[in-house]
Design a binder for this molecule. Structure first.
Ligand code: FMN
Length: 403
């Protein structure tokens, strides 16, 4: 189930007697490392409590699209945008019918209508309801539009009947959504180099200068590119993160070692995404021995010199170059300068003073500026999802270049 790690799954729960089983689904998704956002229809809330799902997912649960305090009130399609997959389990005959005809009167139907992510539906209902001509037509309509159905299973139903209508097992549902998120391999054949983490510039054998970059954004991009079939080299300065499976990991420490690794990896590569926080300055001299405290000395002046500018140094004319600008003030002006000075295809700018974006959190809110003057403000997204936006642009630039 590694394909669900770091993925955003929206779980819509509707008003079925099988609603309680959705708690197990939410729990297993959470254990698989997915970020789970649960939406309950008003009918579902008669069967199960939002507290259960909030406790299992450690995230707010959406119970009312028009609730002024909910994330959806500000941006009612926020979950649709963030989702890697939308799962409706259990799905009632009523919700299936509404989806088949495009009704949007609750947060589940709004999210499904607004998403471009795969939608997986696990129906649960009485056998007669399932076998009715109208339900069959509705399911067919949705299947024809690309919605994926898993189940229902056959067996004893709450109504006392035996027949089709049971919600399928959690394992089958997880397999179905895992298949659906890993099926797009649109970057096959592309070689993408990603840098991540904060470099360490040594002062003496035990001390270094570094910064607060966690590496999460770069790792998220590498993961997203791998999942979409690209050949990925991840050049990582030290981080607390586990290596990403299925990519070429290159561990480095300083700006200089990162430069060498990036230059090597960029030979023949299609794109370089410099998400690493590379030090601008390094100690002018490396002290061979640990610097000692000197009695009576209250101050120490450390002389610094400029580190190499990696994006500028890399020489590969065909390379698509993407920079990052993490700024605490004048975000757009500073990012625009960097975009132009380093001759980048586009730059991803983020304001590091926001508590839900920037360093050491799983989400980011970025603005993308491109070399032809375009600007795109993305909403708050998981870092992998920011990665997908970056990769979509790389794919587009590559396609234009190949025309
Ligand atoms: C006890 C009980 C169990 C129900 N179970 C189901 C069910 O399993 N499947 C279904 O389609 N409808 C079931 N219903 C009917 C739905 O709750 C009803 O159609 C509701 O409007 C669904 O709303 P929703 O789709 O917005 O959640 C049940 C109703 C009751 C009272």
């Amino acid at each position: 189930m590694s394909s669900l790690k770091g993925r955003s799954v929206v779980l819509g729960v509707t008003g079925s007697i099988a609603s309680y089983k959705a708690a197990d689904i939410a729990s297993k998704l959470n254990q698989a490392g997915a970020l789970v956002d649960v939406i309950l229809t008003p009918a579902a809330q008669e069967f199960v409590s939002s507290l259960t799902f909030r406790s299992l997912t450690h995230r707010p649960v959406v119970t009312d699209m028009l609730d002024a305090d909910s994330e959806l009130a500000v941006e009612h399609v926020a979950l649709a945008e963030r989702a890697d997959v939308v799962l409706i389990a259990p799905a009632t005959a009523n919700t299936i019918a509404k989806l088949a005809y495009g009704f949007v009167d609750d947060a589940i139907t709004a999210t499904v209508l607004a998403t471009t992510a795969p939608v997986v539906i696990a129906p649960a209902m009485d056998a007669k309801m399932y076998q009715s001509a109208v339900t069959n037509e509705n399911i067919k309509r949705l299947e024809d539009r690309g919605y994926l159905f898993v189940g229902p299973g056959v067996g004893n139903l709450a109504s006392g009947l035996t027949g089709p209508g049971r919600l399928v097992d959690t394992a089958d549902i997880l397999n179905a959504i895992s298949d659906s998120v890993s099926s797009t391999k649109d970057l096959e054949g592309l070689r993408i180099v990603v840098s991540a983490g904060g470099t360490e510039e040594a002062i003496d054998p035990v001390r270094h200068i570094t910064n607060r970059s966690s590496g999460k954004q770069g790792y998220g991009i590498a993961q997203a590119a791998r999942d979409r079939g690209a050949e990925v080299t991840l050049i990582s300065a030290p981080t607390a993160l586990a290596p990403v499976d299925g990519v070429n990991m290159v561990n480095v420490t300083s700006a200089r070692t990162m430069l060498d690794a990036v230059q090597d990896a960029c030979e023949g590569a299609d794109a370089l995404v410099m998400a690493a926080a590379v030090a601008d300055w390094e100690p002018a001299e490396f002290a061979q021995q640990k610097m000692k405290k000197v009695k009576g000395q209250d101050r120490l002046v450390l002389e610094l010199k400029k580190t190499p500018d990696i994006l500028f140094e890399v020489r590969n004319e065909a390379l698509i170059k993407v920079g990052f600008a993490a700024e605490s003030e004048d975000l757009i002006a500073n990012a625009t300068d960097k975009l132009q000075n380093k001759n980048l295809d586009f730059i991803v700018a983020n304001d590091i003073t926001a508590s839900d974006a920037g360093f050491n959190v799983d989400t980011n809110r970025v603005v993308i500026l491109d070399k032809s003057g375009g600007r795109e403000d993305l909403p708050l997204l998981l870092k992998e999802k920011v990665g997908d936006h970056i990769l979509d642009r790389i794919k587009l630039i590559k396609a234009e270049a190949n025309k």
